[in-house]
Design a protein around this ligand. Structure first.
Ligand SMILES: NC(=O)c1ccc[n+]([C@@H]2O[C@H](COP(=O)([O-])OP(=O)(O)OC[C@H]3O[C@@H](n4cnc5c(N)ncnc54)[C@H](OP(=O)(O)O)[C@@H]3O)[C@@H](O)[C@H]2O)c1
Length: 263
């Protein structure tokens, strides 16, 4: 823990007859902890990995594309050679592969303190009856089912820590109804429901749980489905990554269990 001293500002405030003090509590020092991040090859997950590395967090990075993961690893290690960063190319929709990867991560790192479920895909906006069967399966399998499996598989090691955290990235579409986003929304509302119950289930354990519900973020998520969206005003994923890191390295007695971000 980093102890920040209380600062007495009363001498600088001659007009204030009361002795006012600005108190600061300890903030959580993440250095030396280990985080698993899914979707770490691109967009928000990549930025979260880079920002967490600056806090001294060791990283297990998951996504399908090995070359993008390698690039993220190289970026991080060119700034900090001492950090332990390992990549685990994996399609998280294949539960047996995910299970093997989680076992490998635990073997490689011995401890895991943080799980950040970021991986997700977009569903091109259209009426539900027009959505291809494969798209329905892909969106639900990636955004919801895999997130549940990943959490289920990582939880036992998180519970062994003195303090641990799970952050699930949902979406504004997980708290509101946007026309044309039926399947994507179903997956993200599902993540929200899962996250809420997880919070209740883990209340008396060392594992804290939080959900992130952001609106449009400037990544290639939409482009990957051929969807064109006006993104000029969208949130920068790097800024959102700062928020995510703050959720973990917050003042000790604060836990932001739900963060909604609008641009
Ligand atoms: N962008 C937005 O406007 C926005 C808004 C609200 C919520 N979100 C949510 O934020 C999260 C991050 O999105 P983003 O915008 O950063 O998207 P992104 O740039 O497309 O990144 C998505 C990441 O997920 C990984 N991924 C996708 N399918 C996977 C699979 N089957 N197995 C393993 N990894 C997989 C991708 O890597 P590979 O393709 O290499 O596997 C990539 O690293 C998602 O959950 C998304 O729904 C985004």
């Amino acid at each position: 823990m980093l102890s920040l001293e209380s600062i007495d500002i009363s001498q600088n405030s001659p007009t204030n007859s009361l002795s006012s003090k600005v108190y600061s509590t300890s903030i959580v020092n993440l250095s030396g902890r280990t985080a698993i991040i899914t979707g770490a090859g691109d967009g928000l997950g990549k930025q979260v990995a880079i920002k967490l590395s600056r806090q001294g967090v060791n990283l297990a990075l998951i996504a399908r594309d090995k070359s993008r993961l390698t690039e993220v690893k190289q970026t991080i290690q060119s700034a900090n050679k001492l950090l332990k960063v390992k990549i685990y190319p994996c399609d998280i929709r294949i539960t047996q592969d995910l299970s093997n990867i989680v076992k490998k991560i635990i073997k490689d790192f011995r401890n895991v303190h943080i799980l950040i479920n970021v991986a997700g895909i977009w569903q091109k906006m259209m009426a539900v009856e027009e959505i291809d069967e494969k798209v329905v399966d892909d969106v639900i399998d990636t955004n919801l089912t895999a997130l549940i499996h990943c959490t289920r598989l990582v939880l036992p090691i998180l519970k062994k820590q003195a303090e641990a955290a799970i952050i699930n990235v949902s979406s504004k579409s997980g708290v509101t109804a946007q026309a044309g986003q039926s399947v994507y929304s179903a997956s993200k509302w599902g993540v929200r429901g899962f996250t809420e119950v997880l919070k209740a289930d883990l209340k008396n354990t060392p594992v804290r749980v939080a959900g992130v519900y952001q609106s449009g973020t400037n990544t290639k998520m939409f482009e990957k489905t051929g969807e064109e969206v006006p993104s000029e005003k969208f949130t920068d994923p790097s800024d959102l990554a700062d928020v995510t890191v703050y959720m973990l390295s917050r003042p000790e007695k604060i836990w932001l269990h739900e963060v909604r971000v609008e641009y």
